[in-house]
Design a binder for this molecule. Structure first.
Ligand SMILES: C[S@@+](CC[C@H](N)C(=O)[O-])C[C@H]1O[C@@H](n2cnc3c(N)ncnc32)[C@H](O)[C@@H]1O
Length: 294
């Protein structure tokens, strides 16, 4: 039987994949294999596993799909974030919409939000109130709302560029137990004072003079999401005071921060009267979260 010829202009998928990995690696992309396969998956509407299955089967890539991939590879090689190219970011069980104007949620925050979820599960309150200060894509608030359905979750964001993304994700997920507020975390939600069980924030905490090395971060994450003043702690100082007003006695504060900031954060929280201040390490053994009791 005659072998079927590939359509005109089609290319061997494995050759395209390998070439893409080489180009992304040369551009300094940190995980070129992952990004190459996810970009191919985006073009073909396949998961990464689906792409790998196609590779094993010796699949071809059509001329049109190869052209679509090429424009994405050029942009990724210029260090545009993968999540801006696909328009989506995975966060715990969520698939969030992201793009210019909003902070791309990070894997380390997936670990930090667990402290809030555990505290919400542990409380005897039937409908504990949880507050996410500086919600960005809504990642933290939506994780709490979906994983602790009895919680009443409030999310606050003050960036006009980020807020439409928060709104979109809240609407897409359709969480009925989440209220979204456009406002400054320093003063928002006064109606909840003394009632919250958990306040969590992944605030801007990069010192102004320390521009992050990765181009994806310093070129594409919003400045309002990154920088927290000369020592990076300006917003955390505000949150310490505001969370003390929001939480009821025994309520839990959860903060994400840089690995170098634990001691300074412990000192400022202690000065504000917080109890049981504890730091927590991420999978790479760096202190990246602090919890405290009101
Ligand atoms: C590091 S991002 C975190 C976003 C999201 N919570 C996450 O973990 O992916 C910090 C967010 O706080 C917001 N933000 C900064 N200052 C704020 C303020 N004063 N009031 C409300 N939101 C603020 C920024 O716009 C940004 O969306």
């Amino acid at each position: 039987m005659a072998e079927r010829m590939p359509p005109h202009g089609a290319r061997d998928l494995r050759a395209v994949r390998d070439e893409t990995v080489t180009r992304l690696a040369a551009a300094g992309v940190p995980d070129p294999e992952v990004d190459a396969e996810l970009l191919i998956g985006h073009v073909l509407a396949l998961s990464r596993g689906g792409v790998q299955a196609q590779l094993v089967m010796g699949a071809m890539l059509s001329e049109a799909d190869a052209a679509a991939l090429e424009s994405l590879v050029v942009r990724r090689a210029a260090r545009e974030p993968l999540q801006h190219l696909t328009g989506r970011a995975a966060f715990r069980s969520l698939d969030l919409a992201v793009g210019p104007g909003v902070f791309v949620p990070r894997p380390e925050t997936e670990q930090v939000v667990q402290f809030a979820i555990d505290a919400l599960h542990a409380t005897v309150e039937p409908e504990p109130i949880a507050v996410d200060l500086g919600s960005g894509s809504g990642a933290i608030a939506l994780a709490m709302a979906t994983e602790v359905p009895q919680a009443q979750v409030w999310a606050v964001e003050n960036s006009p560029e980020a807020f439409p993304w928060t709104r979109r994700n809240v609407d897409e997920v359709g969480a009925q137990n989440l209220e979204l507020v456009f406002g400054d975390l320093a003063i928002a939600l006064s109606e909840l004072d003394g009632r919250a069980a958990v306040v969590i924030s992944n605030p801007p905490y990069v010192p102004t003079g320390e521009v992050p090395r990765d181009a994806e971060v310093h070129l594409y994450d919003p400045e309002a999401a990154l920088y927290g003043g000369a020592d990076g702690l300006d917003v955390i100082r505000v949150i310490s005071r505001r969370a003390a007003e929001l939480l009821h006695p025994g309520g839990v504060l959860v903060l994400e921060h840089a690995e170098t900031q634990s001691a300074a954060i412990a000192a400022l929280l202690a000065a504000d009267g917080w109890r049981a201040i504890a730091h927590h390490r991420d999978f790479t053994m760096r202190d990246r979260a602090t919890t405290a009791l009101r």
